[in-house]
Each structure stands twice: as C-alpha cells, then as structure tokens.
Design a protein. Structure first.
Length: 319
C-alpha cells in the first residue's frame, strides 16, 4: 500500500468516525434552535402526517406524546415553582394574580340574587394545575374578596408527581382536607369523571400547549361547562414586537435550558418547554380554535401580558 492510498483510507476513517460521533452524541444549541424558529412549523402541521404530532421541535407518533410529556413534568415537579421564578424573573406570579382577579371567582352571598343552597359558590375545574398555584389563588379570592365559603376547586393533572407537589403545598393552606379542594389524576382530553354541564369555570394555566389534541380538550371543556360557564386559559403566546421577540427568544433558547441544567439538573426538559412555547398557536389561531369548539369569544378574544409573552384567552358557553 503506498503513502497516497494510506492517506485516503485514513481520511475516510476519520470522516466515518466523525459521522458516528455526531449520531451517538447529538447536541442542541441556541443557533440550531434559532434556525428552526425563524420559520416555525404550523401548529397544525401534524395533520399532514396522520398519526403524528409534535414534541417541541420533534415530530413523533401521537401515541408517544402523553408519556413523553409525563416524563418531562415528573422530572421538573420538585423544582417547578423555583424554575418558574427563575425563567420569568418572578413575573409569572403577577400574571397568575391578574388572571384570577380578572375572573373574580366566587359568589358573594351579600350581592347574589340566589338564596338556593345548591347554587352557593362556584364549581371550578383547574386543568393541568398540579402544584395548586391557580387553585389556591382562586379559593383565596373567593373567600376574602367575595366572602364565599362554598366555592370549590378540582385540580386535574395528568402527572401524579405534580399532583403530589400540589397536595403537599395544600397542607399549608386552610383548604387541605376540606370539600373545597380536590386533586384528581386525569387527562384533559377525556374527563369522564366530570358530568356534563356541571362546571362554572374551567381554567388552564401554562398547560394546554402540552396537550396532544388541543381541539379535543377544548370540546371536552365545552361539554363539562354549564351554559354561561367560562373557559379561561393563561398561556405563553407570541410577542408583538420584533425587537422584543428577538431578545425574548435569545433568553428562552439559551438561558432557560442552562438554568434548567444548573438548578434542576435537567437541560432537556427545559429545552422541550421553550420549544413547546414556540410551537403553540398565535393569539388569533388559538382564539379561532376556541370558537371552533363552540364558545362565544368576548371582544378580540384575548388579553396580552407583557407584550404578548403570555396571553389570557376566554370563551363563554352559550346559554
């Protein structure tokens, strides 16, 4: 074998080895993600390939998504609230406070026209609310603002670890072990344990983007709500300033996964979370999905928070 032939063979081996390493040791970087979200796929792109859906920027079989989402939230459950504070610089607390105040949960006995015991308080369903963040706020508001000692909240979440965190946190509230608060493991797309037309208010905060079939979940929300009942969703959305959007995406795709790695020891789960935000429909697209489920949409259909980083959407079930 001559020197030239040896050099050619060595070059081929090195290239082959490099390809094998690239396959065995994939990595995700901000610049790679940036290229993907410059031309984000349509929220309905999974319909182009029957039986598939998206998990962040990946396309996977629909049957796999539920378990993959469970795995993500099982991983982040114990550090979920701390990570939310770090990721949003604490602003998520202000968004949630505004969300609850705006809904004004509870039936004030001093101003209510109904004297029937069966109509005392609201029956609220909080979906994907495992840690209790929204549920505790709604019960506090009903009790302290509306003098309502009867409003109750059922917290439903698909993930048992998130529910365990909520039950643990509930022990620090006056609602633990009372009829006013319950935790149920359930899939938002199939709420068989909830009767038709039995819920006054259905809430979901920072959860619906993880659902496999958002349209199915919206129809299920419509089914369980009473006529006149309200669907209310707080979710990450689309920033309405191109400059702010560039800064926000830089933060999301570079800082948040790094924080996840340093604080929670889990970079991949937080990489998925920021990708799932990017894949969620725009404000107008999601408003139209709510309409398609049968709801009446007040006004333009949403309220932007902090320049569109998050948005509140509402729908009312017709009387």
């Amino acid at each position: 074998m001559n020197v030239t032939t040896s050099r050619v063979l060595l070059k081929r081996q090195l290239l082959a080895g490099g390809k094998r390493r690239a396959i065995k040791e994939p990595f995700r970087c901000f610049s790679c993600s940036a290229r993907q979200f410059q031309q984000p796929p349509s929220p309905k792109s999974s319909q182009d390939a029957p039986g598939t859906t998206h998990f962040g920027f990946e396309t996977i079989a629909e049957a796999l998504k539920e378990q993959k989402v469970k795995t993500v939230f099982s991983s982040v459950a114990s550090s979920y609230d701390t990570m939310n504070d770090l990721m949003s610089l604490g602003i998520h607390r202000l968004w949630k406070d505004h969300f609850v105040r705006n809904l004004n949960p509870g039936r004030n006995p001093l101003t209510s026209s109904s004297a029937s015991p069966s109509e005392q308080g609201w029956n609220i369903l909080d979906i994907a609310g495992g840690t209790g963040d929204i549920a505790f706020r709604m019960l506090d508001h009903a009790s302290t603002i509306n003098n309502d000692a009867h409003t109750k909240v059922t917290v439903a979440d698909i993930n048992p670890e998130m529910l365990a965190e909520g039950r643990k946190r509930a022990l620090e509230t006056p609602y633990a072990r009372t009829p006013r608060l319950d935790f149920v493991e359930a899939n938002a797309e199939k709420l068989d344990m909830i009767p038709d037309a039995s819920i006054d208010l259905y809430t979901v905060a920072f959860g619906i983007r993880n659902f496999t079939h958002k349209d199915v979940a919206l129809r299920e929300a419509y089914r369980v709500l009473k006529p006149g009942g309200v669907f209310a969703c707080l979710e990450f959305s689309k920033v309405n300033s191109s400059l702010f959007d560039a800064v926000y995406k830089r933060w999301s795709f570079s800082a948040i996964p790094l924080i996840g790695q340093l604080v929670a020891g889990d970079r991949d789960s937080y990489q998925y979370l920021v990708e799932s935000i990017e894949r969620f429909p725009s404000q107008t697209e999601f408003r139209d999905m709510i309409k398609d489920a049968g709801f009446l949409v007040p006004g333009q259909g949403w309220e932007d928070m902090t320049g569109g980083i998050a948005a509140i959407h509402k729908g009312v079930k017709p009387l």
